[in-house]
Design a protein around this ligand. Structure first.
Ligand SMILES: Nc1ncnc2c1ncn2[C@@H]1O[C@H](COP(=O)(O)OP(=O)(O)OP(=O)(O)O)[C@@H](O)[C@H]1O
Length: 355
């Protein structure tokens, strides 16, 4: 029988209700999801959506009040106390505020899980050196956390999570406290670790830019329920739910205002159409084909196309000459629309065109 890779997570009809003297809060409702071994899986949602509650059921920091969590096929609610300790060694976790011990050096922080597990000192030294090299912290072992930058602190957090050689790494808003440049370097490190070690990474975030940077698949959580899931390029290219569109909005740049103003002011006399070609992952922009379909009567105005996991997502704006239809371009994009058309009759005798 083929050996199954370790590191799968399955949520089956998961529910979580917090009960306190103040009343009940339903944080998760009927969540069913499969996370595959070796993938980078993103959980995104607005504040209070239930992301942390969901993530923390994977290592039983939270217990669900309905449904099951299976790790590599095993229902983790059934584990004994000793088995739970073993499970937590197989699942590393990193945090938004790093959770380092300030009175201990980098080396002591990273060594802690091995000390607790009773690993011999010689082996601890070797393994700590290995993970410090892996995360790019060679030579920082004797430094105290207060002398490190935010990005370096998170690297210590990652090293501490990896030193037990986990199969799954949970990332709880791991880059939310970092500046954009450091965020990118930490996300690249996580992707590099995922490729080199083949471990499953599950991350929660409220930023689509994080999902775009490293995730293979994503689920959108809203008010405790999953509202959309799929490969990242698909969710970016054809978002279905209002919550997804709202989360994607900060990444949308649209037509820059200055360009829009210039276009309105200088649009050529004669029938001309500003057409938008949208790419949502199935097609790749082919300017030669677009030019040929427009009979050469086309100008490129602006382009905002990015590649996500090998799929083109974004839009291309072109000006189509008189007599050319936006429909002529339909075969070359996932969808097309006319932004505005100026007809000769609309051009005032004098002055600028106002739209
Ligand atoms: N210990 C708790 N007791 C009571 N209610 C809780 C508790 N933890 C979370 N909640 C509630 O459960 C809901 C989901 O919270 P959760 O922290 O999982 O969301 P989140 O998406 O991670 O939010 P954020 O991005 O703001 O951290 C919220 O309404 C929250 O107030």
């Amino acid at each position: 029988m083929a050996q199954r890779r370790a590191g799968t997570v399955v949520f089956e009809n998961l529910g979580k209700v917090y009960r306190s003297s103040a009343g009940e809060v339903t944080a998760l409702r009927d969540i069913t999801l499969n996370i595959e071994a070796g993938e980078i899986f993103g959980i995104i949602g607005r504040s209070g959506a239930g992301k942390s509650s969901l993530l923390r059921t994977i290592n039983r920091l939270e217990s669900p009040t309905a449904g099951r969590v299976l790790i590599d096929g095993q229902d983790i609610a059934q584990l004994s106390a000793g088995e739970l300790v073993d499970l937590r060694r197989r699942i590393g976790m990193i945090f938004q505020h790093f959770n380092l011990l300030s009175a201990k050096t980098v080396r002591e922080n990273v060594a802690l899980p091995l000390r607790v597990a009773g690993v011999p000192a010689d082996e601890i030294r070797i393994r700590v050196d290995q993970v410090l090299t892996l995360v790019g912290l060679d030579g920082k072992g004797e430094t105290y956390p207060s002398r490190l930058s935010g990005g370096q602190k998170q690297r210590v957090g990652i090293a501490r999570a990896l030193v037990s050689r986990p199969e799954i790494l949970l990332c709880d808003e791991a880059t939310s406290a970092l500046d954009p440049e450091t965020t990118v370097s930490i996300l690249r490190l996580l992707r590099d670790i995922n490729r080199r070690l083949g471990l499953t990474i599950v991350l929660i975030t409220h930023e689509m830019s994080v999902i775009r940077e490293i995730c293979d698949r994503v689920v959108v959580v809203e008010k405790g329920e999953t509202v959309e899931q799929g490969p990242v390029w698909q969710v970016f290219g054809t978002p279905q739910h209002e919550a997804t569109c709202a989360l994607l909005q900060p990444l949308e740049t649209g037509l820059p205002e200055d360009l829009a103003d210039r276009l309105r002011a200088t649009w050529r006399a004669g029938d001309e159409t500003l057409a938008e070609l949208r790419f949502s992952g199935s097609r790749t922009p082919d300017l030669a084909a677009i030019g040929a379909a427009a009979g050469g009567r086309v100008r490129l105005i602006a382009s905002q196309v990015e590649r996500i996991r090998g799929h083109a997502i974004g839009q291309v704006l072109v000006a189509l000459g008189a007599g050319r239809q936006v429909a002529d371009l339909a075969p070359f994009a996932d969808s097309t629309r006319s932004i505005f058309t100026v007809r000769r009759s609309d051009i005032p005798e004098r002055g600028r065109v106002i739209m």
